[in-house]
Design a protein around this ligand. Structure first.
Ligand code: PGA
Length: 263
């Protein structure tokens, strides 16, 4: 009989992440974080805020634990002649603890490749930033039965070189492109099916045990009206919320609804 491993792997985390995208000045961000904490009373689920670079430091200074602050992108290089770019160490020193990587808007509008995203994942890990690897298929991929191939490629390429002992530092956010900012939410059946597919890929790369502990978030038009059903959906460990996170009231509502599903 195989010997039980004595290595204590971290427990699976359920996390709620706000993705403000290119919204909120420092002044607006500070107003938001003043309003948010009392609205979250009773919520024990970790709340992560992915804010514009300029807001990381002021928001970190203002919000104590247990809030986690992060960025929405970074460069793969440590420093150098890359005008307009931001390095992982800069995010870290500003008070960021995580970074969204491979968001579909970065892939689409800034032509980021899986290979580039992979270099960022490795750099983030090296710099003690937790990468949230965003993956998702387009409408045509879904219609053309290519979802599995697309997600498999994004995961396999994006996680290349990530060691077994590092993988649970990463989070996966599944965001079907056709559901982002469109008001079209994927059905719970589709989400459950796709999250299972993602876990299968993780399992083929890192084993069943790790796959079952991996945090896999859902994102794409999550709102107070869809959060309850989606958070009760098999395999969903939390959300990455864009539009509905911009208003502290609706974001807090989503937090309470998610909390009920993951007490
Ligand atoms: P959305 O954005 O909630 O506005 O669809 C989600 C995201 O892009 O992370």
């Amino acid at each position: 009989m195989a010997k039980e491993s004595t290595v204590q792997l971290p427990k699976k985390e359920s996390i709620l992440i706000a993705n403000w995208k290119m919204n909120k000045t420092i002044r607006e961000a500070l107003k938001y974080v003043e309003v948010l904490p009392p609205l979250l009373e009773g919520v024990t689920m970790p709340i992560w805020l992915s804010v514009p670079f300029t807001a990381i430091h002021p928001v970190r200074q203002r919000l104590g634990n247990p809030f986690v602050i992060g960025a929405q992108n970074m460069n793969d290089a440590t420093s150098g002649a890359f005008t307009g770019e931001i390095a992982a160490v800069m995010i870290k020193e500003a008070g960021g603890d995580f970074v969204l990587l491979g968001h579909s808007e970065r892939r689409q509008y800034f032509h980021e490749s899986d290979e580039f995203i992979n270099r960022k994942v490795l750099r983030a890990l090296e710099s003690s930033l937790r990468p949230v690897l965003c993956i998702g298929e387009g409408y045509e991929d879904r219609e053309g039965d290519k979802t599995q191939a697309v997600l498999e490629r994004q995961l396999t390429e994006g996680l290349k070189g990530v060691m077994p002992e590092q993988i649970l530092t990463c989070l996966i956010a599944y965001e079907p492109i056709w559901a982002i900012g469109t008001g079209k939410t994927a059905t719970p059946e589709l989400v459950a099916q796709t999250h299972a597919m993602i876990r299968q890929v993780i399992s083929s790369l890192y084993g069943d045990d790790t796959a079952s502990r991996m945090t896999v978030l859902y994102g794409g038009s999550v709102s107070p009206s869809t959060a309850a059903t989606l958070s009760a959906t098999e395999g969903v460990d939390g959300f990455l919320v864009g539009t509905a996170s911009l208003d502290p009231e609706s974001f807090a509502k989503i937090a309470h609804l998610s909390e009920n599903a993951h007490p």
